[in-house]
Design a protein around this ligand. Structure first.
Ligand SMILES: Cc1cc2nc3c(=O)[nH]c(=O)nc-3n(C[C@H](O)[C@H](O)[C@H](O)COP(=O)(O)OP(=O)(O)OC[C@H]3O[C@@H](n4cnc5c(N)ncnc54)[C@H](O)[C@@H]3O)c2cc1C
Length: 434
């Protein structure tokens, strides 16, 4: 492996690693690498109070058990835990809003069906599948953790304008003309990644016929930690259990895929009207449902970068792979990128190797590409299978639900996948130190 030449500290500012994009993945990456003592600069185009505003990101994420292990290992979980609602039960059904009754066949996963002794890092305690947490709360928690790490220089409100990939060092130009030399650039700048474009990395993309409405709702009855996913004719409709609010009202987050042509009309409805539309789709389980706070509309598409690495460059999170939220796995796959890339880089750092060298980065690409590709294929296949109401397909998938529900070993494997504890697990996912 090529040895590392020391930083010169001459000319423009220098850093070992420059991360472009301080979204959820970029911040987690900076906390992992900086926490291990590697000098990291994190550049985020949005200003600081803005990215934690209620109107910035309305999503709540299903954070898998394995991702929680990572957030804990990088020192961020203690700042997030109070906002996290455990998922104890998952119910997936072929719902039938106004067309027909929901299918009697549904898949039911209960957290206690999994033997805790087979879950890495659980130490015999029964872990939930994961947690539902507002993205805003994850952002606040990660920001608090970053503020504690001396090796991280955080530059919010600054855009990366240009990158010259120049052998052993890259020269990064910020919007205000500042130059920073970095041995490795990590592109964590999301689906429309400018880093990916500047590096000349192409993508494969597939659009969907629907977009997602996202908002928080309150409801009369408690959710009991159950995450629901109904497959409606247009696409999936998810009701995800959140913590109660300060006034003790029961809350859930909805991800409702709909025909983009009618979304503006739905978003303009009064709270009572929109609540009624949600109840018609979800059914009576939670009693009266009403939206609270801002409503959001997210266009959906699948995107895959042709490569994750170049000399001096690695892509992570949505910049490398963006997927449909049907299985709530986009951020989770990004967290696994963080766990794998930080492990590879920290080991290389301790061994005195050049962090930008292909010999180092190839370990990361080999480790993560197949796992991400499989998840993209599965989420895309599920989306297409369940986003239609053709009679024979509906019958086939209902029979599939029925058989799957009876097949205990297959169900247990699916649960372990959903928890992010299948495959060659990085140390952070196993609950170990980096
Ligand atoms: C409706 C919906 C529901 C979802 N639910 C789940 C779920 O339940 N569970 C789950 O695991 N995943 C879920 N996801 C996916 C998840 O939200 C994404 O995978 C995740 O947010 C990606 O994070 P990221 O940091 O890679 O990218 P982003 O969040 O896009 O962050 C990129 C950052 O880079 C910054 N940036 C961009 N360009 C530049 C530049 N030139 N210079 C500096 N900064 C720049 C941006 O400002 C941004 O902050 C969902 C997605 C959608 C759409």
């Amino acid at each position: 492996m090529p040895a590392r030449v020391p930083l010169s500290n001459a000319g423009p500012a220098e850093t070992e690693i420059l991360i472009v994009g301080g979204g959820l993945v970029g911040m987690a990456m900076a906390a992992a690498l900086g926490g291990a003592g590697i000098p990291v600069t994190l550049v985020e185009s949005e200003k600081l109070p803005d990215i934690t505003a209620e109107t910035f990101d309305g999503r709540s994420s299903a954070i898998a058990y394995g991702s929680q292990q990572v957030l804990s290992g990088i020192g961020a979980w203690d700042y997030i835990a109070a906002a996290a609602e455990p998922i104890r039960d998952i119910r997936v059904s072929d719902g039938g809003w106004q067309y027909r009754e929901a299918s009697p066949f549904f898949v039911h996963y209960h957290f206690a069906d999994l033997n805790p002794d087979t879950v890495p890092g659980a130490h015999g305690a029964q872990p939930p599948f994961g947690w539902i947490i507002e993205n805003r709360a994850v952002r606040v928690g990660l920001l608090k953790r970053l503020a504690e790490i001396a090796a991280v220089t955080h530059l919010p409100g600054t855009r990366v304008r240009e990158i010259a990939f120049e052998g052993s060092f890259n020269v990064v130009t910020l919007d205000d003309g500042t130059l920073i030399r970095a041995r490795l650039v990590i592109g964590a700048d999301g689906r429309a990644s400018a880093v990916r474009r500047m590096a000349g990395i192409t993508t494969q993309e597939l659009g969907y016929k629907h977009s997602a409405i996202v908002c928080t709702v309150t409801h009369d009855r408690p959710h009991d930690g159950v995450a629901h996913e109904h497959f409606l004719p247009v696409g999936p409709f998810a009701m995800l259990p959140m913590t109660d609010d300060a006034e003790g009202r029961h809350r859930s987050s909805i991800v409702w895929t709909e025909d983009p042509r009618i979304i503006p009309m739905l978003l303009a409805l009064s709270d009572d009207e929109l609540g009624g539309e949600i109840e018609r789709r979800f059914g009576p389980t939670l009693g009266r449902i009403r939206p609270v706070g801002p409503r959001f509309n997210y266009p959906l598409k699948m995107i895959l970068a042709s490569t994750y690495i170049r000399e001096g460059l690695a892509l992570a999170g949505d910049a490398a792979h963006g997927m449909h939220p049907i299985a709530g796995q986009g951020f989770n796959m990004g967290v696994r990128d963080v766990a794998a890339l930080s492990e590879v880089l920290v080991d290389a750092w301790r061994g005195g190797a050049d962090l930008g060298s292909l010999a180092v980065l190839e370990h990361y690409a080999r480790w993560r590409r197949f796992d991400n590709l499989m998840m993209l294929v599965v989420t895309d296949g599920l989306t297409r299978l369940f986003s239609n109401d053709i009679g024979p397909i509906r019958l086939a998938r209902d029979i599939g639900f029925f058989l799957f529900n009876k097949a205990k070993p297959l169900k247990r494997l699916a649960m372990r996948h959903a928890m992010g504890i299948v495959g060659t697990l990085p140390r952070l996912v196993r609950g170990e130190k980096l």
